[in-house]
Design a protein around this ligand. Structure first.
Ligand SMILES: Nc1nc2c(ncn2[C@@H]2O[C@H](COP(=O)(O)OP(=O)(O)OP(=O)(O)O)[C@@H](O)[C@H]2O)c(=O)[nH]1
Ligand SMILES: [Mg+2]
Length: 457
């Protein structure tokens, strides 16, 4: 098994490099646009396509051949490889139109619609997403600045707090914490200082950090050191990132921890979903079972008793699927303990998250697994849900890359994010796969090619 990261200007170039390096059997695991040699948050860097590809054997078996002048790329290969980009093109067009209309830039004239697609589309696309990203960041900064510069309003709960603590209160609100949580944290903060004491903001931030860490519970990894067996089921709304998280975990445990992993999918009605999963399991060399019913799932678990880790994927059930959700709930107790991870996108409104949680209550989730931390700058939802449900946080999805973009949940990291202290957010390419209890584990040992590329996962 050989996984490697490629950077290229176009998908065409990436495929050519992949074929030359890994051979004709290489499979593309993921692709995304990145910026290289850039400032923080990818500003002003050179736009590149980052493609993760893999082949199910050692690279040395394949003798690279020099690329011909005009490499023949099969149409189906290009379509498969560019699918994620094409899928988002409609959404991108909407976004682009919105950006153009708000920025006062000239809209393309109607007559242009009949013209052939301009060759320079990718730069325009990255320009717009860069613009959008900058606007989002500016809005976020403005909001934070407004919050911290408003004079104390007697009607806000922060009115009674001394100025530095009132600032901390507004900071927590800006991160999406409920006013009741921010209020009790700041009251606890007040108790740490006498009214006469002159306290620097940094001291208040340190104290607040400790207070934030205290109530956050985390579950630790799926397999603790010494553990040899676990069954985990992943439930959650459609598109939350269940399958992606499962594939990331399967990749980590099979490649890095050398555990035998089996995937069971209950999402077997959608052919594409099964085939997508099969592509990954073939590359990773892990088993895949499809199940139609919860009875099938139990049968699979029984047959794979010897595996170290059994991961169960489920479809995203809607409001009309209460009976199926109840089935999942019963599965939990029918054949040995099953950890149920509730998978939720962190960039969703608090009220919607609470509604979803209530719907999935029948499955008795025992862990919270948040995804899309890379797509938000507010992390109050994570704190609030963990605090209110008292469920431990398990992992965080921090991007689309398999297997790199997954972190083991850690209270200190969440407090860092809430107080904007995190040295590394999730947008920079090459974030380490942080899976150890208190350490950052790099996959460099298993995937030297990635390490060579400067990517630590
Ligand atoms: N940016 C970002 N995208 C993610 C993350 N996790 C998953 N995705 C993307 O979200 C989309 C949906 O992910 P899936 O894993 O298919 O979601 P799912 O919950 O299995 O969806 P269903 O099976 O349809 O219920 C895919 O395009 C993933 O690449 C994440 O942490 N960050
Ligand atoms: Mg899925």
């Amino acid at each position: 098994m050989n996984i490697k990261l490629f950077h290229a200007e176009t998908m065409h170039d990436a495929i050519r490099a992949i074929k030359a390096e890994l051979g004709p059997d290489a499979v593309i695991l993921s692709s995304k646009r990145v910026r290289q040699g850039s400032l923080p948050f990818g500003l002003f860097g050179r736009p590149l396509l980052e493609v993760t590809a893999a082949v199910d054997r050692e690279a040395k078996e394949f003798v690279p051949i020099p690329p011909p002048n005009k490499p023949a790329i099969r149409r189906d290969e290009v379509q498969a490889a560019t699918a994620p980009i094409q899928e988002s093109s409609a959404a991108f067009q909407d976004t682009l139109n919105a950006v153009l209309s708000t920025s006062g830039a000239a809209r393309p004239r109607a007559s242009h619609a009949a013209m052939p697609a301009p060759v320079a589309a990718p730069p325009l696309r990255s320009l717009a997403s860069e613009h959008l990203h900058r606007l989002k960041k500016e809005l976020h900064d403005l909001r934070q600045r407004l919050n911290s510069s408003f004079p104390n309003d007697a009607s806000t709960p922060s009115a009674g707090f001394p100025a530095p603590i009132a600032r901390a209160y507004r900071q927590l609100i800006a991160q999406g914490l409920r006013s009741s949580s921010a209020d009790s944290l700041c009251r606890a903060l007040c108790r740490q200082f006498t009214p006469e004491s002159v306290v620097a903001d940094s001291e208040i931030q340190d104290m607040l950090h400790r207070l934030l860490v205290e109530p956050i519970r985390v579950s630790g990894p799926l397999l603790n050191p010494g553990d040899d067996y676990n069954v985990a089921m992943f439930v959650g709304p459609s598109g939350a990132g269940k399958t992606t998280a499962i594939v990331k975990l399967a990749a980590y445990y099979s490649l890095e921890e050398h555990k035998s992993v089996v995937l069971i999918t209950l999402d077997s009605c959608r052919m594409a979903a099964v085939e997508h999963l099969r592509m990954y399991t073939n590359v990773l060399g892990v088993g895949l079972e499809t199940a139609q019913t919860t009875a099938d799932v139990i049968d699979c678990i029984r047959r794979h008793r010897g595996a170290n880790l059994i991961l169960i994927d489920t479809p995203g059930y809607g409001a009309d699927d209460a009976a199926r959700l109840a089935d999942l709930g019963e599965l939990k107790d029918s054949y040995g303990p099953i950890e149920t991870h509730m998978v939720l996108p962190s960039n969703t409104r608090m009220e919607d998250l609470l509604r979803t949680l209530a719907r999935y209550d029948v499955c008795a989730p025992s862990r919270l697994l948040f995804t899309r931390l890379d797509e938000t700058q507010e992390y109050g939802n994570l704190f609030e849900l963990a605090y209110q449900t008292t469920l431990p946080l398990s992992y965080w999805g921090t991007g689309q890359r398999v297997p790199a973009d997954l972190e083991l949940a850690q209270p200190e990291r969440l407090a860092d994010l809430l107080l904007d202290r995190a040295s590394s957010r999730f947008t920079s390419p090459g974030l380490s796969l942080s899976m150890g209890r208190n350490s950052v584990v790099s996959l460099a040992g298993t995937m030297p090619q990635l390490a060579k590329e400067g990517v630590s996962a």
